[in-house]
Design a protein around this ligand. Structure first.
Ligand code: TXA
Ligand code: MG
Length: 329
């Protein structure tokens, strides 16, 4: 059935059968692991929400096998959506489109739009092909928690509640897809990701706005606190990092530090790659491992203030509280 090295034909067939029974399955994609269920089965979609503990008005992305399926799920598809699909699918781009009439309200949170994506992962594509339909799949984490980038992360989140988790290895992108709303007059990025505004604008030949409109569709990733570890986490500009570390150590507080360049002697933490794509790939695993150490506080050094770091800034902002400025200049 498949020559995938990561997952056996039997595992794939089991996952497909579970989906047909209306169950949810842990699914690797190139961005993060998803919690997948049959997008055409309201019971299955409700099970996704219940398993995640996610409020019902936060819509789900429907994953499809290839761009030819757009018209199965969306209507009045604009030319720019076809161009983006041709340029970026399969890949880490979700498009918001006007939904087709049959699409279930539970999938879209009752909105008139739908999020669609073709994931670029051999296991996800093999499962989509075998299954035939669309798979609704939010990130496979409990609501508000850090997204999973390995199969073990998914097992850590749900244990027996999600018995079938396909192991496709660590996710290569590491942060969630870029979401671009192409249902309105002008394309608009609702959630930044690896595919940046410039790349999208280049394909479309028009500028792309970043940020949700006030009356925009609901994007749960746009809640202020999201993707957060359990340990209180604070983002810290490089120039204040040493001071904060010394204060914490001086007061006997246990801290962990996610740093960019160096860790002072005696400080526990991780040094992250200096390249935004590599940083993204390791961010969630790093947050999870530091979180598991049970420190009192997590300090995250803020990356450079440059456009290629935008999606990282976004995720770090949601994982942390604003910098404390008790001793700010
Ligand atoms: O990379 C990803 O996109 C991963 C993998 C599994 O594909 N999925 C993911 O799903 O991040 P989730 O549910 O954690 O985040 C999807 C975001 C949510 O913030 C949701 O509100 C938004 O997409 N969304 C879905 N449908 C939408 C719609 N019709 N209009 C606006 N936002 C929508
Ligand atoms: Mg999510």
């Amino acid at each position: 059935m498949t020559d995938l090295k990561l997952v056996s034909a039997a595992e794939l067939a089991d996952a497909c059968a579970a989906l047909r029974r209306g169950e949810v399955v842990g699914l690797p994609t190139e961005t993060v692991y998803g919690l997948a269920g049959d997008a055409g089965n309201a019971e299955a979609v409700r099970r996704i929400f219940a398993t995640k503990g996610r409020p019902a008005d936060h819509p789900l992305i429907v994953h499809v096998h290839d761009a030819a399926r757009i018209d199965d799920w969306a209507r009045d598809v604009p030319e720019i959506a076809r161009r983006l699909a041709a340029a970026f699918w399969p890949g880490p781009l979700t498009m918001i489109l006007k939904r087709a009439a049959h699409v279930l309200d539970v999938v879209t949170g009752g909105q008139d739009t739908i999020g669609l994506r073709v994931p670029n992962h051999p296991v996800a594509l093999a499962l989509l092909q075998a299954f035939g339909g669309g798979l609704a799949a939010p990130s496979a984490n409990r609501f508000g928690h850090v997204s999973p980038t390995t199969a073990q992360h998914v097992r850590d989140e749900f244990a027996d509640a999600v018995p079938v988790v396909l192991d496709g290895g660590p996710c290569k992108v590491g942060i969630e897809s870029t979401i671009v709303d192409v249902s309105g007059e002008m394309p608009r990025i609702l959630r930044p990701g690896q595919i940046g505004a410039d790349a999208i604008a280049q394909v479309l030949g028009v500028p792309v706005t970043i940020g949700a409109q006030q009356a925009s569709p609901r994007v749960s990733g746009s809640l202020a606190s999201h993707y957060a570890p359990d340990t209180p986490a604070e983002r810290v500009p490089t120039e204040r990092l040493d001071t904060l570390i010394h204060q914490a150590l001086g007061s006997g507080e246990t801290i962990r530090v996610l740093a960019l360049r160096h860790l002072p002697n005696g400080v526990h933490g991780l040094i992250m790659p200096n390249d935004p794509a590599q940083y993204a790939r390791h961010l969630y695993a790093a947050l999870r491992s530091l979180d598991a150490e049970g420190a009192e506080r997590l300090l995250i050094e803020t990356p450079p203030d440059q456009p290629e770091w935008l999606a990282i800034h976004d995720r770090i902002a949601r994982a942390t509280v604003a910098p404390s400025d008790d001793d700010a200049p």
